[in-house]
Design a binder for this molecule. Structure first.
Ligand code: ATP
Ligand code: MG
Length: 553
């Protein structure tokens, strides 16, 4: 039975019924990516759905690569997909399958289809097949080859397999109904000729099964009980069923469609993402601005936050676009509980505490995580010269500005109260340094006399800070719907030119110097950050995964 706390949905209801009626004793699902690109957050929804259902119902979920198109598929993609599904926290145990493992069986079944008089070899070109198909309102025309004898079809199919024809010269087609209102049923192609090297079967085959033929039969071979796919396959379901029904004694899984995940301010299809990668418009598939799982991981997203997001968007029959703010919210919620707090200054302004002894250093104890005492404490060094954020000082502050101004007092987090006495400028009139004084009686950042300050600033000690590069991200596209374009422009013109800001001259507290990638931190007042893979010992690099608050609010 399904977990009581889990949000139910129409798929879970179907499964509940199937278990109750005894139709199935054990639930088997699969996640079937085509290895022609990196996985994106839409795939994460499908992964969480398929593996999540298997987990909740004590069933199993297979990972199956749908590698039926040798031209676009590569091992790099296979490896990245394996890494991403694992990282999301799911386990297929020893059930890692490839469509290409089934090529022999699929071929045998194609022969059976021919023998039953349900398939024929067709000589029409791709363009002709298209023309003959008709339109949704106009029936198609039958291929002149439709009535070839079984013997002739078997012989020609054998020759196709043996490489006797060039690409496109012939195809094997199912013989269904050229007048069907469902275009997918108008004698669809089952096998095509492709002289290409396959990433796993090499040059063994020069004919490859079409998706519709392969997919349902793969499901059947794996005894998948519920084959969950996105809505665009709804019209393919009659074909899915028809193929399985033509073959004797073949197990019949049930295909169920759900709405795909769409997200605003980004594009989702692998083809589009590939275009961005190949056009050099982003820095690879794992660019932290990409909606890919590897990009989100590099940006600083956690598996738990993505699973939570998938759960919250739910599963429905109707297309909708989810708000990227929800994804960000899920991340904040997760990291607020777990991320260690640190101090870092992104746009440094030097402060000299003129009444603090020149060669003195103190260390202040700071909790790592106020949400969890067990996360311990660390020491933060303090000295006469510190950096604060440029934006934390104003020469002529308005009333509501609670940070530093001439004659104003603020708290330095974990340290002391300081009061600003003077702003030093360079010849261009820019403020380059502040002279402040501290109150020794406010050690730890608290005053005994009940004196209150409204502002608390983060800071780092100049002498002890480590220089770092910090990368700040914004949405990849500046339009909520990137496909909304003006005349003469294309979706790529909607890329946000300010989606990446690199700050090379940041300073971080020393305890951050040796952090590992995928460690998440909250930089006080700035957001959640993680170490980037470009980090070196001499030059740490951090990505901001998300700011502390939703910008729009
Ligand atoms: P894309 O259209 O982005 O290239 P795809 O559907 O071609 O994706 P596949 O590798 O064929 O990618 O998809 C693997 C599984 O993930 C399929 O079951 C597919 O339905 C599902 N999937 C793909 N995109 C989404 C999405 N945006 N939301 C939910 N599920 C998705
Ligand atoms: Mg696809």
């Amino acid at each position: 039975m399904t977990d009581e706390n889990k949000q139910t949905n129409f798929i879970r209801e179907i499964i509940d019924n199937d278990l109750e009626s005894g139709k199935h004793a054990k639930i088997i699902t699969r996640f079937p990516p085509e290895p022609n690109g990196y996985l994106h957050i839409g795939h994460a929804k499908s992964i969480c759905l398929n593996f999540g259902i298997a987990k909740d119902y004590d069933g199993i979920c297979n990972l199956r690569f749908d590698d039926t198109n040798p031209i676009k598929e590569e091992d790099e993609y296979v490896n990245s997909i394996i890494e991403d599904v694992k990282w999301l926290g799911f386990d297929w145990e020893d059930r890692l399958y490839y469509a290409s493992d089934y090529f022999d069986q699929l071929y045998e079944w194609a022969i059976q289809l021919i023998k039953n008089g349900n398939a024929f070899v067709c000589d029409l070109t791709a363009d002709e097949i298209n023309e003959y198909r008709g339109t949704p309102t106009k029936p198609g025309n039958e291929s002149p080859n439709r009535n070839r004898t079984v013997e002739e079809n078997l012989e020609l199919f054998d020759k196709m397999k043996n490489g006797e024809f060039p690409n496109g010269a012939k195809v094997l087609r199912a013989k269904i109904d050229m007048a069907s209102p469902n275009m997918n049923m108008r004698d669809p192609v089952v096998y095509r000729i492709l002289h290409a090297t396959h990433h796993r079967t090499g040059s063994k085959w020069c004919i490859y099964p079409m998706y519709d033929w392969a997919h349902g039969l793969e499901d059947s071979l794996e005894n998948i009980t519920h084959s969950l796919c996105t809505l665009e396959f709804e019209d393919h379901r009659p074909l899915y069923d028809w193929f399985i029904d033509q073959l004797d004694g073949v197990y019949h899984p049930r295909q169920i469609e759900f709405a795909r995940l769409n997200l605003n301010y980004t594009v989702m299809s692998k083809r589009k993402l590939l275009e961005l990668v190949e056009g050099g418009l982003v820095n690879g598939w794992d660019d932290p601005r990409m909606p890919t799982i590897s990009g989100l991981r590099r940006r600083g997203y956690t598996p738990a936050s993505i699973r939570e997001f998938a759960d919250r968007v739910g599963v429905a029959k109707r297309e909708a676009t989810s708000d990227i703010a929800l994804l960000e919210h899920c991340l904040r919620e997760d990291l607020n509980k777990r991320a260690h707090r640190r101090m870092a200054v992104l746009e440094p302004l030097k402060v000299i505490i003129t009444n603090y002894p020149k060669d003195q250093t103190e260390e202040f104890e700071a909790v790592n995580n106020p949400e969890n005492e067990n996360d311990g404490k660390r020491m933060i060094p303090f000295s006469r010269e510190i950096y604060i954020e440029k934006s934390d000082f104003m020469e002529d502050p308005p009333k509501k500005f609670f940070r530093l101004g001439i004659g104003r007092e603020v708290r330095l987090k974990h340290a002391y109260y300081i009061t600003c006495n003077e702003a030093i400028k360079n010849e261009n009139g820019e403020i380059v340094e502040l002279h402040c004084s501290y109150d020794p009686a406010t050690k730890g950042g608290w005053s005994d006399d009940g004196r209150k300050v409204k502002g608390t600033l983060h800071w780092v000690s100049v002498e002890h800070a480590v220089q770092a590069e910090v990368r700040l991200y914004d949405n990849l596209f500046s339009k909520e719907n990137p496909y909304e374009v003006e005349d003469g422009k294309d979706w790529k013109d909607n890329l946000n030119s300010e989606s990446l800001i690199v700050n090379k001259n940041c300073y971080i507290e020393p305890s951050l110097a040796n952090s590992n990638s995928e460690d998440n931190f909250q930089f006080l007042r700035l957001g959640y950050f993680t170490t980037d893979k470009d980090s070196t010992k001499d030059k740490p690099v951090f990505n901001r995964a998300v700011s502390l608050r939703d910008r729009k609010k």
